[in-house]
Design a protein around this ligand. Structure first.
Ligand SMILES: C[S@@+](CC[C@H](N)C(=O)[O-])C[C@H]1O[C@@H](n2cnc3c(N)ncnc32)[C@H](O)[C@@H]1O
Length: 325
């Protein structure tokens, strides 16, 4: 074996190091599809515009903005909103003028300039799943770190967990009763990154959206997965692929977690297929409506994007504003 590192450290360098995967020109959309890509973007942007209105926000901040796909759609749908993107690369050239941009260190770290936000809706779509976390495995009833060869992805059992990770696992994903070899993805780095994001907002709403599990659905074999060029590949932390693991949204300090399907339905997204009679009277209009309804259905699909979790938090937490609904 070559150089072995705990997964969390190898993952950080692989995605956000100087040659990291997320610094590549291709950007996330070159490798996988999210709710902000292609025809999804317009539907999601309009729904988020309605959410911003409901929450009294005049400013939308997109954390983990990729190459500005969602912001571009938001700018088209809602030119009245002030928009800011945050990601690890320089401001994308094709971003509409007037959209602000902050360069971020990456992973759990956010830029210092992101602070004191007011009347804001902060959206982080698929950010926390790429915040590297400790990967542990059960050996003889105890959790140890999983180390990885950075060149090949070969794994070996490592040292004991640090006390904070151990405490997180004991509280949220205990090893008791798990078979040897079961994996635990320790969510502490995600909890802390989310808490840091909340601390940047004086008044507003934070929405994080991700592949989620909770206490009753923790995945025994773990979920660490790699993507490259539209397909799933072996997870190797060499900067050649995305590395992602589902998020324990239930352990974040949030007001409420609902599915994307529930949230988008409440914001007026229906997935209704247009009446076929429109095809005779307005063929182009019919095709447009059909493409829109198919994007809506994809965002609502219970076993697909509709199954993602939406974790909403209103700030300040004084209780005066009530829970997000
Ligand atoms: C899975 S992609 C999702 C991109 C986009 N939100 C979407 O839904 O298509 C994750 C993005 O988060 C960015 N990212 C990771 N850590 C970040 C951080 N601390 N601050 C800002 N962006 C970050 C990555 O560079 C990448 O563009």
């Amino acid at each position: 074996m070559g150089d072995l590192l705990p997964w969390r450290l190898a993952w950080q360098v692989a995605l956000y190091g100087s040659d990291g995967f997320y610094r590549r020109a291709s950007g996330p959309a070159g490798h996988f599809t999210t709710s902000t890509h292609g025809p999804h973007a317009a539907v999601l942007a309009e729904a988020l515009g309605r959410l911003a209105d409901r929450e009294g926000a005049r400013h939308v901040v997109d954390v983990g903005a990729g190459r500005g796909e969602l912001l571009t759609a938001l700018h088209a749908a809602r030119p009245d909103l002030h928009l800011t993107g945050v990601d690890v690369v320089a401001r994308p050239e094709r971003l509409p003028g007037g959209v602000a941009w902050l360069v971020s260190p990456g992973g759990s770290d956010l830029p210092a300039e992101l602070r004191d936000l007011t009347d804001v809706l902060v959206v982080a779509n698929e950010w926390l799943d790429v915040v590297p976390c400790t990967v542990a495995t059960v050996r003889g009833g105890r959790l140890v770190e999983v180390d990885v060869d950075v060149a090949t992805g070969a794994e070996a059992p490592g040292g004991p967990l640090d006390p904070d990770d151990e405490a997180w696992a004991a509280a949220h994903w205990p090893a008791d009763g798990l078979p040897d070899g079961a994996r635990v993805e320790v969510g502490l780095t995600r909890d802390r990154a989310h808490a840091d994001l909340l601390s940047r907002v004086r008044r507003g709403t934070v929405l994080v959206v991700d592949y989620a599990h909770d206490r009753v659905t923790r995945p025994l074999p773990g979920t660490l997965t790699a993507y490259r060029d539209g397909g799933i590949v072996d997870p190797v932390p060499d900067g050649s692929c995305d590395l992602t693991a589902h998020v324990a949204l239930d352990t974040l300090d949030t007001d409420r977690v609902v599915t994307q399907r529930e949230a988008l339905r409440a914001l007026g997204v229906t997935g209704t297929v247009p009446d076929h009679s429109l095809a005779r009277t307005d063929p182009l209009g019919y095709l447009g409506a059909l493409s829109r309804s198919s994007a809506e259905a994809s965002l609502l699909a219970p076993r697909g994007l509709g199954g993602f979790g939406w974790a909403l938090t209103r700030l300040p937490r004084s209780g005066a504003t009530g829970a997000a609904d």
